[in-house]
Design a protein around this ligand. Structure first.
Ligand SMILES: *Cc1c(COP(=O)(O)O)cnc(C)c1O
Ligand SMILES: [Zn+2]
Length: 414
């Protein structure tokens, strides 16, 4: 395959299997060669001189690529300015929900208006390195827009697969960027299984399957930025919206890497999960004391971007929360609406329902006494409410089946 003009970050040692712990080379594999378990980049963090690394980051680009030494791949030449979003002090929201030192990480200010631009930036770099001409994804809404925008920007073909009930405005946005949007009559988990199959058969780069080891690493950069923006300190608490659990587990990885490289030396850093009660497999497992998440068959929530009943990083999220001394809550749809309204009225920010889930969760945790007086609490606001006002023509809804897809989309596949 043709190799694009990217260079390997020197600290990358390879990819380690989370199941059997085998360290393997960063070649074309995307699951463990030995046991098919999930594999993750591993870095020689001890090789860094802390002051040199801090200086290199601080003089880097004003995007997530400033953290390239701690990422598995270098920025492609065509990269978007993804990341380096503001961390905003939110005293009025803090007063409303009972948190004295509250910050909002406003990650709705990315090119396609959600944090999904971060993992997609890494997956896209990897797709270019592998010389692929098509990128694709299974999405609950925001990933569709991020993949479609990145494909457009790089002249690649984009295919996005979404459950038929996905928010119209998000789907229309992806179609407006020129991607083929395939609506599937099924849950996200059924869409996911269809895509796993197509990823094996198609030769395309599916950002959340065969590019997943790279994709997931982009989520670390949210915490890297928060730490830098707090003068190289970890906050005492972070409240993270959970869908697949990639963002939550990589928040834990990011904290470990910040400590291992000496960039921060804070000991306390609790990670809390925010989920809607209509789909809360991770929060339920944390609150009820299970080690493994129980799948939610039919998610029902207005926070559709978090409606993943069988989260790929669910068990990992539960473990990361426990290890950090964190907690969780699940909140009703009414609380989600109230959370969005509070964020808008106290801080002038229009977040999507996932943001309402985070605000309502922080309020519930504060009421439970989870935050000490004077502790810094960071809320991740991961998506913008302004995704309407876009129109595009959509193709037919299909059954969750690879043959149905090929029959209905023969023209786009030609
Ligand atoms: C995808 C998404 C999440 C959850 O991210 P995961 O890594 O899947 O857990 C949170 N908020 C928004 C707005 C999202 O689109
Ligand atoms: Zn393995």
């Amino acid at each position: 395959m043709a190799m694009a003009t990217t260079t390997r970050a020197s600290a990358l040692m390879g990819l380690r299997c989370r199941a059997c712990h085998l360290l393997q080379p960063a070649d074309e594999r995307y699951v463990c060669a030995d046991c098919y378990g999930p594999i993750e980049p591993e870095y020689d963090t001890a090789s860094f001189d802390t002051d040199g690394l801090r200086g290199a980051i601080e003089h880097g680009p004003r995007s997530l690529w400033r953290y390239a030494p701690l990422l598995p791949i270098a920025a492609p030449e065509s990269h978007f300015a993804v990341g380096w979003t503001p961390l905003i002090k939110a005293p009025r929201l803090g007063a409303a929900i009972g948190v004295s030192e509250l910050y909002v990480k406003d990650d709705s200010r990315n090119p396609s208006l959600s944090f999904k631009d971060r993992p997609v930036a890494l997956a896209l770099a990897r797709a270019l390195e592998l010389g692929l001409d098509t990128i694709a994804c299974a999405s609950t809404g925001n990933l569709a827009g991020a993949v479609a925008a990145a494909a457009a920007r790089n002249g690649l073909r984009g295919f996005v697969f979404v459950p038929a009930g996905t928010d119209e405005s998000k789907v229309a946005g992806a179609a407006a960027y020129g991607a083929t949007v395939v609506r599937v009559d099924g849950t996200y988990d059924q869409v996911n299984r269809l895509c796993a199959r197509l990823a094996d058969e198609s030769g395309w780069g599916f950002v959340n399957f065969n590019l997943r080891p790279y994709y997931a690493e982009g989520s670390k950069t949210l915490l890297f930025e928060c730490a830098e923006q707090l003068g190289w300190h970890l906050p005492e608490h972070v409240v993270v919206p959970v869908g697949s659990g990639a963002l939550l587990t990589r928040t834990a990885t990011a904290a470990a890497q910040l400590r291992a490289t000496g960039l921060v030396d804070d000991e306390r850093f609790a990670i809390h999960a925010a989920q809607p009660s209509g789909c809360a497999p991770v929060s339920d497992a944390v609150l009820e004391g299970y080690r493994e998440v129980r799948p939610v068959r039919e998610p029902t929530t207005i926070a559709r971007s978090l409606a993943i009943g069988t989260p790929a990083d669910g068990d990992g999220s539960v473990a990361a929360i426990r290890q950090s001394g964190g907690s969780a809550a699940s909140v009703s749809d009414e609380d989600v609406v109230e959370g969005c309204a509070l964020l808008a009225r106290t801080e002038g920010m229009l977040g999507e329902p996932a943001a309402g889930v985070v605000v309502a969760t922080a309020r519930a945790l504060a009421a439970r006494g989870a935050f000490g007086d004077g502790d810094r609490v960071v809320l991740y606001v991961t998506g913008n409410a302004y995704k309407g006002a876009v129109t595009a023509t959509l193709g037919p809804v299909i059954a969750p089946d690879a043959d149905a897809f090929r029959a209905a989309y023969a023209r786009q596949l030609a």
